[in-house]
Design a protein around this ligand. Structure first.
Ligand code: PGA
Length: 259
């Protein structure tokens, strides 16, 4: 079954709304110059909340094929949750995706697999698609128990979801030791875990669900390693941090098929 690869740029806490508009505009021009086929590789930007309205205005007025989303969301619908943003607010802004359970949220905000699963469910209920992050820390990789560790995360995150919901979701495997460090997992390392995730989804649900779910690799993805990672049978995209802030570099990653 053919899965459409998805390259998403996670800007993290970078770029204000004016810079966001510039980046997305330049990205669209660059991808037009490169004759990028959006139906062959989906392109998503994930800016900070404060930029989303500006990105929406640009995408709608210029009829861009770039999708966008948010970096996190609340599990609550509304009310006394200072600092939180609801799924309804994000759908109103035209978001298609929400990243949930990024390792930085797990580390600095104590997010658990169960909470991440709840957030994913909320996102799906609102008609958007979650990009669910998982990945092991360095100690676990050194101990050689990374596959087991990530599969435990998968079991817990997907526990409350139906097969149809999982099929619509994106899973991002991001080994923590490779995030922002320049230390990319080898394509074999990345494939090992992404392949194991797909097998686990077939066991938990069924083969059709496993065949449909898209699994991204994330962690120091750059134009020089994107094509090799994407050539792996179970890697269907990339979640790109640092390199997504540089238009030319991100555009090269998106057009990895031309490399
Ligand atoms: P990086 O970040 O590409 O800067 O390593 C990836 C991520 O955290 O999503």
């Amino acid at each position: 079954m053919a899965r459409t690869p998805i390259i998403a740029g996670n800007w993290k806490m970078n770029l204000d709304h004016l810079e966001a508009t510039h980046l997305v505009q330049k990205l669209a021009w660059t991808l037009t110059d490169l004759k990028h086929d959006y139906s062959a590789v989906e392109v998503v930007v994930v800016p900070p909340f404060t930029d989303i309205r500006s990105v929406q205005t640009l995408v709608e007025s210029d009829e861009l094929s770039i999708a966008y989303g948010a970096q996190d969301v609340s599990t609550h619908d509304s009310g006394a949750y200072t600092g939180e943003v609801s799924t309804a607010m994000l759908t109103k802004l035209g978001c298609s995706y929400v990243v949930v359970g990024h390792s930085e949220r797990r580390e600095y905000h104590g997010e658990t697999n169960e909470l991440v699963g709840e957030k994913a469910k909320k996102v799906l209920d609102a008609g958007m698609r979650p990009i669910m992050c998982c990945g092991e820390p360095l100690e676990v990789r050194k101990a050689g128990t990374h596959v087991e560790y990530v599969l435990d995360q998968i079991n817990a995150m997907l526990a409350g979801l139906s097969a149809a919901e999982v099929a619509k979701s994106v899973i991002a495997y991001e080994p923590i030791w490779a995030i922002g460090t320049g230390e990319v997992a080898t394509s074999q390392d990345a494939q090992e875990v992404c392949g194991a995730i797909r097998v686990r989804i077939a066991e938990l649900f069924d083969q059709a669900t496993a065949d449909a779910v898209r699994i991204q690799y994330g962690g120091s993805v750059k134009s020089s390693n994107a094509a090799e990672l994407m050539a792996q049978p179970d890697i269907d995209g990339a979640l790109v941090g640092g390199a997504s802030l540089k238009v030319d570099e991100f555009a090269k990653i998106v057009t990895y098929q031309q490399a």
